[in-house]
Write a protein that binds this ligand. Structure first.
Ligand code: PMP
Ligand code: GLN
Length: 380
């Protein structure tokens, strides 16, 4: 078989989690919480199963969940989507992203991707026959930022889609209102669509607000906005998320979606819909994770790692040049096998494997887990 994806092997997350398990390392690599979700959420899913919600739901998602999503987006971002024509429940954000790319990108279309970039974007673009056009974020005193002049310069008559991700994995940077204005200036008067990966929408710290594309009418009118319940409700293994998009885009999205997965498991949709009636879980998330971020950053002061600004997500990037000159992948392996703390090399988020001497830690962990990791990191 001739491969469709010559540049692709096993994902860095799978590799680093296996290595961590093999060497008994504290796993701060792959992003997932090591603590339990709220028992009430499990109860609501169990109740849905007992109530008989166990057969295929509608292809587009259970109506109660689509309505709960509409209500939440309206309450938080002030945009009113239509539950029937503009919201589709997906098997995690990954499927939403891939499906959006497959429906929007025709062979030869160019897709602007901001690097470092989450690893699922490029293979999906390649499968669609699209041409990825990377634009790299720039690292300054305030952290990573998108150079919008370079994005503007990358737009051609063949540009079909711009993929953005805020809060951003892996850098933890967060787009501000000025970024959204810059993006709007670039796409205005063009046919360019936006794919906005907002899976960390409820993890923005220091009193800042998340600039969802949903807040900006001009952008929302041409955007697929993707989120994931796995991140917000501490259940990454449930693989359930959604895409919100104007009806004309949703029609095309669903054409692909119905043959990708057809529909997403029923009891979790009903359980999550019930759980969403209470906004507290997502309203309390920034404070919950900000405390962990601060704990982790404070702990790093006792080490030779230099933490970069971390305004959002549950990731903390660090420079390690005071410790080692190894390339990032080798350093992350050494850290995992010898120091017994797993991390993710940021180079894995660049198409050409660019080296910056930076690795990513995930702080979505119990305080005890973070303390153990910090104790080990302080020894080097
Ligand atoms: N986008 C980003 C930026 C992510 O970090 C993740 C999760 N690692 C996803 C998408 C995928 O989310 P899900 O697990 O819901 O497929
Ligand atoms: N999104 C998670 C991360 O960045 C990993 C998800 C995966 O393993 N594909 O760590």
């Amino acid at each position: 078989l001739t491969t469709r994806l010559p540049a692709v092997g096993t994902t860095v997350f799978t590799r680093m989690s296996s290595l961590a398990a093999e060497h008994g390392a504290v796993n701060l690599g792959q992003g997932f919480p090591d603590f339990a979700c709220e028992p009430a959420l499990v109860d609501m899913v169990t109740e849905a199963m007992r109530a008989g919600f166990n057969q295929y739901p509608p292809m587009t998602g259970a109506p109660v969940l689509r309505q709960a999503i509409v209500d939440k987006v309206a309450a938080v971002y002030g945009r009113q989507y239509d539950a029937n024509t503009e919201i589709t429940v997906t098997a995690g954000a990954t499927q939403a992203l891939t499906t959006a790319i497959l429906c929007a990108v025709h062979p030869g279309d160019e897709v602007i991707v901001i690097e470092p970039a989450y690893d699922s974007y490029l293979p999906a673009i390649e499968l669609a026959g699209g041409v990825p056009v990377p634009v790299q974020m720039e690292l300054g005193q305030a952290g990573y930022a998108i150079p919008w002049d370079k994005v503007q310069a990358a737009v051609t008559a063949r540009t079909r889609l711009i993929v953005i991700n805020s809060p951003h994995n892996p850098t933890g940077s967060v787009l501000r209102e000025a970024d959204m204005r810059a993006l709007a200036d670039i796409v205005r008067g063009t046919g360019v669509l936006i794919l906005s990966d907002e899976v960390y929408e409820h993890m923005v710290y220091d009193g800042q607000r998340h600039e969802s594309v949903c807040r900006h009418a001009e952008l929302a009118a041409r955007a697929f906005v993707v989120s994931s319940f796995g991140k917000t409700y501490h259940v990454t293994g449930w693989k359930i998320g959604y895409v919100a998009a104007p009806a004309a885009l949703t029609v095309e999205f669903r054409k692909v979606h119905q043959y990708n997965v057809f529909s997403v498991n029923t009891p979790m949709q009903h359980g999550i819909a019930s759980y969403m009636a209470d906004p507290k879980p997502y309203l309390q998330l920034p404070a919950f994770y900000q405390r962990k971020r601060d704990l982790f950053r404070e702990g790093l002061r006792g080490s030779r790692f230099e933490p970069l600004p971390a305004d959002g997500t549950y990731f903390q990037c660090v420079r390690y040049d005071a410790i080692s000159g190894l390339p990032e992948a080798e350093f992350a392996e050494w850290l995992t096998t010898e120091i017994k703390v797993a991390a993710i090399p940021v180079s894995a988020f660049y198409r050409q494997g660019r080296e910056s001497g930076i690795v990513r830690f995930c702080f979505a962990k119990k305080d005890d887990t973070l303390a153990l990791a910090l104790e080990r990191l302080a020894r080097i």
